[in-house]
Design a protein around this ligand. Sequence first.
Ligand SMILES: Cc1ncc(COP(=O)(O)OP(=O)(O)O)c(N)n1
Ligand SMILES: Cc1nc(C(=O)O)sc1CCOP(=O)(O)O
Ligand SMILES: [Mg+2]
Length: 203
Amino acid sequence: MKLDPFYLIVDDVSWLRRLLPMGVRLVQLRIKDRSDPEIREQVVTARRLCARAGACLIVNDYWRIALDEGCDFVHLGQSDLDEADVPALRKAGVRIGISTHSPDELERALTFKPDYIALGPVYPTTLKVMPWAPQGLARVAEWKRLIAPIPLVAIGGLTVERLPGIFRAGADSAAVVSDVIRHATPETRAREWIEATRSMAAK
Ligand SMILES: Cc1ncc(COP(=O)(O)OP(=O)(O)O)c(N)n1
Ligand SMILES: Cc1nc(C(=O)O)sc1CCOP(=O)(O)O
Ligand SMILES: [Mg+2]
């Protein structure tokens, strides 16, 4: 499976209205601290907007809502894996991406035969407090060797300026929150990401 090299993560569907028209083709809806009905509404709208734009939607955490609403890709962290019904997701044809931060987590993730593995935080992130030190580019290269041909997603503290190192180390896709949605001009920054990732992935 081929992932778009630019993997945008947003915390509200309103970002999709703004940024899908820039050419974003791979997007994760990652919403925390909202009620289940609100999440469901956001997922339904995101699914419609992404389908119309020809973009791939990945739902974070809320695998049951994703399944109910006919979404075809979810992202699961290690704690999500404790309770997710992976056989039910697979039976419905839902693809699965899994977060990893250590060799133990990678070993566990691989037992689920994921459609991609995410490694993070590659650089320090301000989005959430994490118990792991930044992994660095050598770890990205190591993960690539260990998981190929499964696609590798790099995440954590990524910026346009850091992309050459990320792709040289072997990442297939670069996931980002802050450098786009907390940027002063998110539309312009999304276009810069698209241009940079497409030219690097083409090499
Ligand atoms: C592409 C990608 N990689 C990692 C994560 C982190 O997932 P998780 O560990 O479950 O943490 P939360 O994002 O749920 O806080 C991700 N969401 N996406
Ligand atoms: C949500 C998330 N998960 C990570 C992991 O390492 O699993 S790092 C991260 C934050 C990514 O946000 P930003 O691009 O703003 O650093
Ligand atoms: Mg999670």
